[in-house]
Design a protein around this ligand. Structure first.
Ligand code: KPL
Length: 302
């Protein structure tokens, strides 16, 4: 069951496709352009794999297909609008991106009853060049039903089958009942690590130096205040511990925002620190450090 249809040719989508291939599961990849028809993957154990791309044009999907969008948030609306006419109302859609704002876009385009699964992953990978991906760090993936959907047996059965499919393709995968909190925790990590590594041109581990302590603590404080204002109970202390833990575990990695700036690609700053600034504005919360991160990264990336 569930053929994986993976959009784009980014690092995480490619790892998922490679995992499916290694485990004998059906997948199709839809790169944004047809220039690239295969990608080389260096798996974590050094194994070399080649994954092949499908046509870039959408194809009709049924309830036994799943559409996976491991895209940047700013690419989602265009991709979902292009795919909507090809989706059955029962084709599950998996959103897998850094930052926030994707679910709102998906609901606008697909409606409030479409089965949507939210996912976040901590696997490390990077695109060495346009045709090669390197898998650098084993992580895990958390998935859960979008919080606006009713928890009835239909949606729960879809969620269970999707989680099982992902577990077979690219383990480990954990089904999470409160995916919203998990996404906020990932957001808090990205709020601190991503802009600071881009601004200071350093790897994640460098942020453990004492010179970054005050800024990291301040960013976690702002994230915690905004999260609580929206009913997500995350303390500043818990977020600081989490950020430091991820910086340690991924010490040698360069964050995705660092890679975006280094490769002169558009960054996800609007969906990360910009998201905090925007939510804070609606509740009258002062978030000077997040505002500064947005300004600095925008100058870097301009
Ligand atoms: O998600 C990441 C990213 O780079 O976007 C972290 C967790 C910071 C790992 O680098």
């Amino acid at each position: 069951m569930y053929h994986l249809h993976i959009l784009g040719s980014g690092a995480i989508g490619s790892l998922l496709a490679a995992g499916a291939q290694r485990n004998g599961l059906g997948y199709s990849m839809y790169p944004r352009t047809t220039k690239q028809c295969s990608l080389n993957i260096t798996w974590i154990n050094g194994e070399q794999l080649t994954i092949t791309h499908h046509n870039a044009a959408p194809s009709f999907l049924t309830e036994t297909d799943v559409l996976v969008l491991p895209l940047k948030v700013y690419q989602l609306s265009e991709a979902l609008a292009a795919w909507k006419p090809y989706l059955s109302p029962a084709t599950p859609v998996v959103l897998l991106h850094n930052g926030m704002g994707g679910l709102e876009q998906a609901r606008d385009i697909l409606g409030d009853t479409h089965p949507i699964i939210l996912a976040t992953t901590s696997h490390g990978a990077y695109k060495a060049d346009s045709a090669s991906i390197v898998y650098t760090g084993i992580g895990s993936t958390m998935m859960g039903l979008a919080p606006h959907l009713p928890t009835n047996c239909v949606y729960e059965a879809i969620q269970k089958s999707i989680v099982e499919r992902f577990e077979k393709a690219f383990p480990p995968v954990q089904q999470i009942d409160d995916i919203q909190s998990a996404l906020w925790k990932k957001l808090a990590v990205n709020v601190a690590i991503n802009p600071l590594t881009a601004i200071h041109d350093c790897n994640n581990g460098h942020l453990l130096q004492p010179e970054f302590t005050e800024t990291i603590e301040g960013l976690c404080d702002e994230t915690s205040q905004v999260a609580r204002a929206y009913g997500i109970n995350l303390t500043k202390e818990a977020l600081i511990t989490l950020v430091r833990q991820v910086a340690r575990q991924t010490a040698n990695n360069f964050s995705s925002m660092h890679q975006d700036v280094a490769n002169e690609r558009r960054t996800e700053i609007d969906a990360i620190n910009g998201y905090i600034v925007s939510l804070a504005g609606k509740k009258g919360i002062d978030v000077p450090l997040n505002t500064l991160m947005v300004e600095k990264v925008k100058i870097l990336a301009s």
